[in-house]
Design a protein around this ligand. Structure first.
Ligand code: G3I
Length: 341
């Protein structure tokens, strides 16, 4: 049973979830937070090629199997993240000859997608394909995928994913499309061009994933009209939207904790509302269960960030209440639980 809405109705229930790790399932409090809040989950890193490919090149799905089984046992939508990303190429294939790379990348993809056929709601098929600084007219990032599969590699990868699981919703996932800057606007236009070309050639791209790693101190000062207009043009192509990695970096907000948390909570509400009002929003994922596990706090020596909606002790923050008021995800989780009885 998938909760992914099929209607454009803005009041339609929108599945909500967290990026999770199999280690989270060993902690009863973290498990409970997932089951209380979520109707969907996304593996934060355990579906990636570099996490599945062993040093000897064999594929090991142990961690991902555990997460998929948990999702299925608890009627949670399972979003696979991510099949094709320059940031998750196993060391042994980073300098491989193009033909060898192509075979290995296609083998991982078809094995992973085929293994979870029927249990995955969506796959983030290609992640972060654009990098305008690489200087290509199409804005594509220069990666081993581009070199091995050619300029239309995104089409090929999506066709491969669709052949392995015709039911999964297929997502192209990108960062930095949400911002108010000339660089973000150029990236949005490049993404539109990519979508038009690929869809024009028949590539099965259903959704665009907005990573949505936002920065609080910039958000309030920004003008979001260009982003909102762009969302409308994406919808005119028949492409839906998912918010796939939402977090709000609160560092640099010079204010006391209560004001800071209120500021961040308001941005959570405003941002999700903006996307929902301008696109067919299929799901919302916050990139982690609690502040202490955020990727923003993985690099030692930096000022700690509080970017998520539960704090380091899993306590509900103002952002949790704002999002729950907007998305009713607490009630959604109850519906999901009831579907199990
Ligand atoms: O949990 C294992 C631990 O058991 C092991 O000892 C340790 C050393 O290998 O690794 C730990 O796993 C790490 C995992 O994060 C959990 O902390 C992985 O090495 C590490 O690679 C992984 O980093 C993830 C990163 O992507 C690279 O895959 C981050 O959690 C994750 O938040 C980050 O997410 C990315 C999205 O996929 C794409 N968009 C940007 C986003 C942030 O960088």
């Amino acid at each position: 049973m998938s909760f992914l809405p099929n209607s454009r109705d803005a009041s339609a229930f929108i599945p909500f979830g967290y990026a999770i790790r199999s280690v989270d399932l060993e902690d009863p409090y973290r498990r409970q937070a997932i089951l209380t809040d979520c109707t969907a989950v996304t593996p934060e890193f355990e579906a990636k090629w570099d996490a599945i490919c062993n040093a000897d090149g064999k594929l090991c799905f142990k961690g991902l199997d555990r997460l998929a089984a948990f999702a299925q046992a608890n009627a949670l939508d399972f979003h696979g993240h991510t099949l094709c990303w320059h940031g998750a190429i196993p060391t042994r294939f980073r300098d491989a000859e193009p033909a060898q790379f192509r075979l290995a990348a296609a083998s991982y993809l078809s094995n992973a997608v085929g293994r979870y056929r029927g249990t995955v709601a969506s796959w983030h098929v290609v992640n972060e394909p654009l990098h305008l600084a690489d200087g290509r007219p199409d804005g594509l990032r220069r990666t081993p995928y581009l070199e091995a599969f050619g300029a239309n590699y995104i089409d090929d990868i999506f066709f491969l994913a669709a052949a392995s699981d015709p039911q999964a919703i297929l997502v192209i996932n990108e960062m930095g499309l949400e911002y108010d800057s000339p660089a973000a606007e150029k990236k949005r236009q490049a993404m539109l061009g990519l979508l038009k070309g690929a869809i024009g050639r028949g590539a099965p791209i259903d959704c665009i994933g907005l990573q949505s790693h936002l920065v609080a101190k910039d958000y309030r000062a920004a003008n979001h009209d260009a982003f909102a207009n762009w969302l409308g043009r994406v919808g005119q192509l028949g492409v839906d939207v998912m918010i796939t990695e939402l977090d709000i970096d609160d560092r640099g907000l010079e204010m006391d904790e209560e004001k800071r948390e209120g500021n961040v909570a308001g941005i959570y509400r405003d941002y999700v509302s903006l996307v929902r009002e301008n696109a067919r929003l299929r799901s919302v994922t916050v990139w982690g269960i609690s502040d202490d596990c955020s990727w923003l706090n993985q690099q030692l020596g930096l000022e700690p960030a509080q970017p998520l909606i539960r704090d380091h002790q899993l306590r509900l923050k103002p952002a949790w209440f704002e999002l729950n008021d907007l998305l009713s995800f607490g009630q959604g989780a109850q519906v999901r639980q009831a579907s199990l009885s």
